[in-house]
Design a protein around this ligand. Structure first.
Ligand SMILES: [Zn+2]
Length: 172
């Protein structure tokens, strides 16, 4: 597939309406609309994929549990190398970019066959950029949380168990 690309590269567009990627992206994007643009071009023996993903993801706030929509707006550039004889089993191997590549350079993807699975590529891109702790953008609206604001906490003295002990001794 990669070898069949024209010298000028090729644009790929996918949306929820065009539906090619709906199945593979369902577990990350749910029912949210999406727009994926991918441009793949050949650079000598390697290929470069430049991608953009726009969508939304459904998360729950890790503080208050409220449902929230997280905007997905990603751009990525990845260098694709094809090494059919690499002795690794399994699927595509990611180059460890912290050691093998300059951190400013694009990410590297090594394929065993000159075939790019666009859906998996995009899905991985979205997952890698998911927030670890999704939070409400503004202070949480959950009433339970707002009743626990620091100003309403008990003063330090009252929370100190020894203050209770002290009172007890005085009274006995
Ligand atoms: Zn929240």
């Amino acid at each position: 597939m990669l070898q069949e690309l024209p010298d000028s590269g090729k644009n790929f567009e996918y949306t929820a309406e065009s539906a090619e990627l709906n199945e593979v992206l369902k577990d990350t994007l749910g029912e949210n609309n999406f727009k994926v643009h991918l441009f793949v071009e050949r650079l000598g023996n390697i290929w470069q994929a430049t991608g953009q993903v726009m969508s939304q993801q459904d998360f729950q706030c890790s503080r208050c549990g409220a449902d929230l929509k997280h905007s997905v707006n990603l751009t990525a550039r990845e260098i694709i190398m094809v090494h059919p004889e690499m002795p690794r089993s399994g699927k595509n191997a990611k180059v460890n970019h912290s050691t093998e590549l300059d951190p400013m350079s694009p990410d590297g993807l090594i394929l065993h066959q000159p075939e790019l699975h666009v859906g998996e590529f995009i899905r991985e891109l979205i997952i890698l950029n998911e927030p670890l702790k999704p939070l409400c953008e503004k202070p949480c609206e959950n009433p339970y949380l707002s009743s626990q604001s620091p100003s309403q906490e008990l003063p330090d003295d009252a929370r100190n168990p020894f203050s209770v002990l002290k009172d007890f001794k005085l009274n006995s």
